[in-house]
Design a binder for this molecule. Structure first.
Ligand code: GLA
Length: 392
């Protein structure tokens, strides 16, 4: 956890005033991958790593942001529409969020922001959603604009679509905003209804292995996958009236008509249809404490992402396979997030934890020449203000 006092002191040194403090965590998804933008189901949790924003209002409408990670300062004026436009740097997420919030009706005030994060960038753990949501929460709170959690979520997604250029779904911003400690969230990405599912980590730990690679294609391939799914819906709706998203297609309905779909659209759709079922079944199995079933579903999810959806890569496959072949101590393992690099998520028995970390590090290092980053996490809370009283 980032030390709160350090943030307050650093803000005071840089801006000469007392700030308010806000936070938003990163996330990891247990199962339900590439289903969110198909109106389907996901099962992510907020992790303990987080982005902190210390903030105070200004009298004008300028946003001045200072990144402590990069020791860089940048800013924009809310009254200059479009500002500098997309810069391809971290400020885009802050500016994209501010402009989305204003376009959705919030009236913001100028502010000084100090940002510090321990969510690794490019690891598939939603460092961008954490930045968007923490900055959005800071800006709306300082302006006294009453924006509820879901509105913040939608503004974050809009920032990605219009400012950053990734046509992402709703999962990341949703769980980053509204995650619940000790729980994963089963999110229905069509209705935006979320059901907390208890995660008991006393005996089984959640382990993230960051491959420390991020392949170039990730953003363009992501948008291509999304378009392929939409094409699949168009074609399937000729046979299955009323289908508007892959979420509406049952496994049986799909089997009946899949032969009408060209490749690779057939395989893309098959992944999504089956992954939705897996996410629902995994949530159910977790509630029942049936970890063996959860592990089985995680493995099938990975295989489907690798073979049908084709968003895995050699590094993620290696991490997942090493975990699968580890034996009893590993309940399940799969790639998590958009793919093409980033991380895997594994459920590992606490008794085997140290040995597992050693094994996966050694095996990966042997094959790749560098070590993965391994994080053990619990499910934490979503975004919020950190008041002096709540500081530990
Ligand atoms: C990225 C996107 C999410 C989701 C995942 C894949 O993290 O931001 O909306 O689509 O990929 O499940």
């Amino acid at each position: 956890m980032i030390e709160r006092g350090t943030m307050r002191r650093a803000f005071h040194e840089l801006f000469g005033r007392e700030p308010r403090l806000f936070r938003a965590p990163g996330r990891v998804n247990l199962i339900g991958e590439h289903t969110d933008y198909n109106g389907g189901f996901v099962l992510p949790l907020a992790i303990e790593r987080e982005t902190l924003v210390a903030a105070a209002v200004r009298e004008d409408r300028r946003i001045v942001a200072h990144s402590l990670n990069l020791d860089e300062r940048a800013g924009f004026d809310l009254d200059e529409p479009g500002g500098g436009g997309r810069r391809g740097i971290w400020l885009d997420y802050v500016e994209g969020m501010a402009r989305s919030l204003e376009s959705r009706g919030a009236r913001l005030r100028g502010a000084e922001l100090l940002i510090l994060s321990d969510v690794p960038v490019g690891a598939g753990l939603s460092s961008s959603a954490a930045l968007e949501v923490s900055a959005g929460l800071a800006l709306t709170s300082l302006a006294g604009a009453h924006v509820d959690g879901v509105e913040l979520v939608l503004a974050g997604q809009q920032a990605e679509h219009t400012y950053v250029g990734t046509m992402c779904g709703i999962m990341d911003q949703f769980v980053v905003s509204l995650g619940r400690a000790g729980h994963a969230l089963l999110i229905d990405c069509r209705t935006l209804e979320a059901t907390p599912v208890p995660l008991d980590t006393r005996e089984t730990a959640i382990v993230i292995c960051d491959s420390r690679v991020k392949h170039e294609l990730s953003s363009s391939e992501y948008n291509t996958r999304r378009a392929e799914c939409e094409r699949g819906v168009e074609l399937l709706s000729e046979y299955l009236p009323g289908v508007t998203q892959l979420r509406d297609v049952s496994a049986e309905g799909f089997e009946r008509y899949e032969s009408r779909l060209p490749e690779p659209i057939r395989r893309r759709c098959r992944h999504v249809v089956q992954e939705n079922e897996r996410a629902l079944r995994a949530a159910d199995a977790l509630r029942r404490g049936d970890l063996a079933e959860v592990g089985c579903l995680m493995r099938r999810s990975h295989e489907s992402l690798r073979d049908d959806y084709e968003v895995s890569c050699a590094e993620l496959d290696l991490l997942a396979e090493t975990a699968w072949s580890y034996g009893e101590g590993v309940v399940g393992s799969r790639m998590t997030g958009g793919g093409f690099g980033g991380s895997t998520v594994s459920l590992v028995r606490r008794a085997a934890l140290e040995d597992f970390e050693r094994t996966i590090t050694t095996e990966y290092q042997k094959a790749k020449g560098f070590a993965p980053a391994v994080y053990v996490t619990d499910a934490g809370d979503g975004a919020g203000e950190i008041t002096q009283n709540s500081e530990r």
